[in-house]
Design a protein around this ligand. Structure first.
Ligand code: IPM
Ligand code: MG
Length: 362
């Protein structure tokens, strides 16, 4: 089969980890007889430098014309000035909105073999296998009004947390569908003891869940969830929540896996069934402090490629091939520096990509 993929390496370590991810993808193509056509685009800081905007019309239309988008990372100190008119992150938000990617899936799985790379006790994190479904195109990130202004009594600012029934319904359905195919537990996270938007969220979630009698639904306040995520993380199966809560909880959850360098993500434009358009990216950022040194962990981006094969191309066997190859390289004790521990073999970005590629070919 033929697939068109928009490739957006972005900034910092982005180009390095992307090179390994596309290398892995090529080897899957050769093994299974698929043709992956790469269409390069710029986004983030590099786009600001080259084109004066974090996301150009051209890059957006490359993405729209493809079957899926692979993105590595955007941002860096060069573009961090809070007074600046445009930031690399604006490109990311514009991509999410422009491509209608409302459902962000962030799986967190603790591999028994990496239990010692996390700061939490092994008995707490063993068996953790959860996925956070974060609403990605609504809430505080996009609600209007959103501005700063000057009043006689001082400066003021406002952001707006708004959700419509349709927005809540579609994201909750994604959570329910995923839960149905996993351990059938959905925790919907809100702040219904304080926020109106959360009360609506809770009501709609309860109504929609009637269509899924096989899934056990639990409502949980976001502060409680933050606590349970480190107290009892193995209890969670699927978590569904609004944009900002999801942003915060997924950074917290990422600690469970030992390194951000291990975590993939998918941002989908629909309920994952058959072939759903999506953008795939590692959860980590552009790590400018280690850029260009061949030490970044490419696994998060490589596992994001596996998610792309699964959700956008409906190629489950191919996706599992990447995941299995990654696991067996880790079992052979190869580690990038972020997950390295005494007694294991330290390798660079490129070497890790090559090891996984070799595994896939064998
Ligand atoms: C994330 C990031 C982004 C977000 C930033 C870079 C805008 O933190 O993907 O979690 O807040 O969504
Ligand atoms: Mg975040």
């Amino acid at each position: 089969m033929n697939f068109d993929i928009a490739v957006l390496p972005g900034d910092g370590i982005g180009p390095e980890v992307m090179a390994e991810a596309t290398r892995v993808l090529q080897s899957v193509g050769e093994k299974f007889g698929h043709k992956f056509h790469f269409h390069n685009g710029v986004v983030g800081g590099i786009s600001i430098d080259k084109l004066g905007t974090a996301l150009s019309k051209e890059t957006l239309s490359i993405c729209k014309d493809c079957d899926a988008v692979l993105l590595a990372a955007v941002g860096g100190p060069k573009w961090d000035d809070p007074q600046a008119k445009i930031h690399p992150e604006d490109g990311l938000l514009a991509l999410r909105k422009g491509l209608g990617l409302f459902a962000n899936l962030r799986p967190v799985k603790v591999l028994p073999i990496l239990v010692n790379s996390t700061p939490l006790k092994p008995n707490i994190i063993s068996g953790v296998d959860l996925v956070v479904v974060r609403e990605l195109t609504g809430g505080l990130y996009f609600g209007q009004p959103k501005k700063q202004w000057q009043d006689p009594d001082g400066r003021k600012a406002v952001d707006t947390l708004i959700y419509s029934e349709a927005e809540v319904e579609r994201i909750v359905r994604v959570g329910l569908e995923l839960a149905r195919n996993r351990r059938k537990k959905l925790v919907s996270v809100d702040k219904a003891n304080v926020l109106q938007s959360s009360r609506l969220w809770r009501q709609i979630t309860t109504e929609i869940s009637a269509d899924y009698p096989d899934v056990a639904l639990q409502h949980m306040l976001v502060d409680t969830c933050a606590m349970r995520l480190i107290q009892n993380p193995a209890d969670f199966d699927v978590i569904v929540t609004e944009n900002m809560f999801g942003d915060i909880l997924t950074d917290e959850a990422s600690v469970l896996a030992g390194s951000m360098g291990m975590l993939p993500s998918a941002s989908l434009a629909g309920i994952p069934k058959g072939k759903t358009f999506g953008m795939y990216e590692p959860v980590h950022g552009s790590a400018p402090d280690i850029a260009g040194q061949n030490i970044a962990n490419p696994i998060a981006t490589i596992l994001s490629v596996a998610m792309m094969l699964r959700y956008s191309f409906n190629l489950e066997t191919e996706a599992c091939t990447i995941e299995d190859a990654t696991l067996s390289v880790l079992k052979e004790d190869y580690r990038t520096q972020d997950i390295w521990s005494e007694g294991t073999t330290k390798v660079g970005t490129k070497e890790m990509g090559e090891l996984i590629t070799r595994r896939i070919k064998s």
